[in-house]
Design a binder for this molecule. Structure first.
Ligand SMILES: *Cc1c(COP(=O)(O)O)cnc(C)c1O
Length: 423
């Protein structure tokens, strides 16, 4: 199979043999039949590999996970039922009660809450750092019980570009892996493993699916982090697991240690697998991911440039604009384009922003981004509506911030819709 991303999008994960379906089949089955008790016993004793229960493994899910792993250049991937589950599992596969991790503070709101509130209740603490701080200030967040460092390639909705090389170096200096949510960039525009990142997560709900058809997530491992070099810190991977035949993951599974532990412990005990039907839909999205990302980025660039020149627009945040604070980082990590998501503000009040989005025609108001259809959200009126202007600013969301997710329609039509609404 060819190695280019376009080709992997089409052929990755599923290679039909003689007489098999060209399109990935949906194995909509909870379980798989064996011919003898002995065959089944061998699976449970880990002497044989094979499917037996969909919570642990399913051929449709596995094929799509393999495609995503190939796109990211990882050793493997596990699909989850949502992006939230992916980020949760990626962290708790390393952290237990009493552990700590460091995370960028410019991350998706759902992740921010998961880390700062729900995981805290489980006894896992995190320190939020601003990636714009200097090294010394960020490094002071690392503690002896710190287990990982987390960030987003392009933050949602802030649009900050994460300096992957810098932060991978910092994580490794402190003996922990760098975990990155690569949802907005997708592997088409950025492959964080090539810059030293160790583990990648995705909300496949967004560009990977691209059609607002399913909610899903993925965890991908580069296989590069040396768990045994810090064996005591990562004892869950380097000492026997009594709940799983006394196996030592790093010894038995090598580069697949982290993902095997994630499936055998977290999927086994907590669930959160995607339905095979959803993985099939995700796979259809992945087939056109390369094409769509090109169009999203070309359209968003034109829309951002147009907005920047418009007199009714107060500010535009898009890293493809040379005036943007993150332009240089964008050129380094996202030379072929970043994503379709633009944040901007109108001159005027919170109410003017509302009037504008109410006048849009085919650009739809939805709690969703990174979709083939152009869509818009005003966090101050929607996701963050309970907050005052002051509280919004404290949360890093300007009261006038409009999040525009540029789709793959004709760009002149998109601009015309914005223009008539502004008028
Ligand atoms: C949407 C999103 C998530 C959460 O994913 P769900 O699939 O909605 O659970 C996580 N990270 C980022 C960057 C997102 O945009």
């Amino acid at each position: 199979m060819g190695k280019s991303l376009e080709t992997i999008c089409i052929h990755g994960g599923w290679k039909p043999q003689k007489g098999e379906p060209q399109q990935l089949p949906i194995y909509q089955s909870t379980t798989f039949r064996y011919e003898s008790s002995e065959q089944m016993a061998r699976l449970f004793d880990l002497e044989d590999s094979g499917y037996f229960y969909t919570r642990l493994a399913n051929p449709t899910n596995d094929a799509v996970a393999k495609k995503i792993a190939a796109l990211e250049g990882g050793v493997g991937a596990v699909l989850t039922s949502s992006g939230q589950a992916a980020n949760f599992y990626a962290i708790i596969n390393l952290c237990g009660a009493g552990d700590h991790f460091v995370t960028s503070n410019t991350i998706y709101g759902g992740t921010f809450n998961l880390f700062g509130v729900t995981m805290k209740k489980l006894g896992i603490e995190c320190t939020f750092i601003d990636p714009d701080w200097d090294d010394e200030k960020i490094e002071s967040a690392f503690r002896p019980n710190t287990k990982c460092f987390f960030g987003e390639t392009i933050s949602n909705p802030g649009g900050k570009v994460f300096d992957i090389e810098r932060f991978a170096g910092m994580a490794h200096k402190h003996g922990v892996p760098l975990i990155m949510d690569n949802t907005f960039a997708t592997p088409i525009n950025c492959r964080p493993f090539e810059w030293g990142c160790d583990i990648i997560t995705h909300s496949t709900t967004k560009y990977m699916d691209g059609h607002a058809a399913q909610v899903g997530g993925a965890v991908v491992d580069s296989g590069n982090f040396d768990w045994e070099a810090y064996g005591e810190k990562f004892s869950g991977l380097t000492t026997p697991d009594d709940s799983y035949h006394g196996i030592v993951y790093t010894k038995t599974f090598g580069k697949m240690a982290y993902l095997t532990k994630l499936v055998t412990q977290l999927m086994r005990d907590l669930g959160s697998i995607p339905a095979p039907q959803n993985s099939f839909l995700l796979n259809l999205g992945l087939e056109t991911l390369y094409l769509r990302m090109r169009q999203h980025c070309a359209n968003a660039q034109k829309v951002a440039e147009w907005l920047e020149k418009n007199e009714k627009v107060a500010w535009v945040n898009y890293c493809g604009l040379p005036s943007n604070k993150y332009y240089a980082l964008g050129q380094k990590y996202l030379p072929n384009g970043s994503c379709g998501v633009i944040a901007f503000g109108l001159k005027g009040s919170r109410e003017d922003a509302i009037k504008f989005i109410d006048k849009l025609d085919f650009i739809s108001i939805v709690t969703h981004v990174a979709d083939a259809r152009t869509c818009v959200l005003h966090p101050a009126s929607h996701t963050h509506r309970q907050l005052t202007d002051e509280q919004l600013r404290e949360a890093g969301v300007a009261p006038d911030l409009i999040r525009l997710s540029v789709g793959i329609e004709n760009v002149d039509d998109i601009i015309a819709d914005i223009e008539q609404a502004l008028r």
